[in-house]
Design a protein. Structure first.
Length: 257
């Protein structure tokens, strides 16, 4: 049963930097070709830099991963000694600021954070926070926009790999958890979990200004249980690759099982 089609495809060559839109891509167990192939390492702590801790790392969202500067320029921009790496150090971790605290106290405040590992549902040696593919629907984006004061929200804020055009209103991807999706002629994805949102959607992304409602709206209207951890503000879903394939804009997305 067809449930939508691919509206847009994105990859993010460097973790937490701006992405780039592509018209087609090979997708294997490591996600879209060229996605999250590098990350920024904080030399002092050994942690992977992530805009999930906006006080330290929101500057990454001013840069395009496809044209990332060298280590010296990055260190000067970010105010800390960093280097680009293409392999995570053993036991690599990142910090995730408590989203509500960032909303309440602002991006410059020192707020509580949690520390977690990389890629619980991704192959070893990758820089994904959890799973290698992230999907969001046009329905969810439209609903978040409708419920917010600006009347619109940009897909780029949620850093999806696939934006899927869907006809029904609301958040249809919530119902895909546990299902298999056939995308195009070859690719099959297994949807694992709703995507819990951190502070990143609220931050400035290149020319896009700050928008706290990109998180506040899902927090008010789409709290979903995530893998038994309780209701969290969500937008989109995570997926793993069950069968690799090549996909392109306009490809149909079907509910396979």
């Amino acid at each position: 049963m067809q449930i939508g089609e691919i509206a847009s495809l994105f990859r993010y060559p460097v973790k937490s930097m701006l992405g780039e839109e592509v018209t087609a891509s090979i997708v294997n167990e490591r996600g879209l070709a060229g996605d999250r192939v590098k990350a920024v390492l904080d030399v002092a702590t050994g942690k992977i830099a992530s805009a999930k801790n906006p006080r330290l790392w929101r500057g990454l969202l001013t840069l395009r991963g496809g044209a990332a500067p060298g280590d010296a320029e990055l260190s000067e921009l970010l105010g800390r000694e960093v280097r680009l790496v293409d392999t995570p150090p053993e036991g690599a971790e990142l910090e995730r600021s408590v989203p509500d605290e960032v909303l309440d106290r602002g991006v410059d405040a020192e707020v509580p954070f949690t520390v977690g590992g990389l890629g619980g549902a991704a192959p070893e040696g990758t820089f994904f926070d959890f799973a290698p593919v992230h999907l969001i629907t046009t329905s969810a984006l439209a609903r978040i926009g409708e419920l917010g004061p600006r009347g619109v929200v940009e897909a780029a804020r949620y850093r999806p790999n696939l934006v899927i055009t869907t006809p029904e209103p609301g958040f249809p991807e919530n119902a895909w958890v546990g299902a298999e999706l056939a995308v195009g002629d070859e690719l099959v994805l297994g949807v694992i979990a709703p995507t819990p949102r951190c502070a990143v959607p609220t931050l400035a992304h290149g020319e896009l200004g700050r928008d706290t409602d990109a998180l506040r709206t899902p927090a008010r209207h789409n709290r979903v249980d995530v893998l038994g951890t309780g209701p969290q503000p969500c937008a989109g879903v995570y997926a793993r690759v069950l069968r690799p394939g090549t996909i392109a804009q306009g490809d149909p997305v079907r509910l396979a099982r």
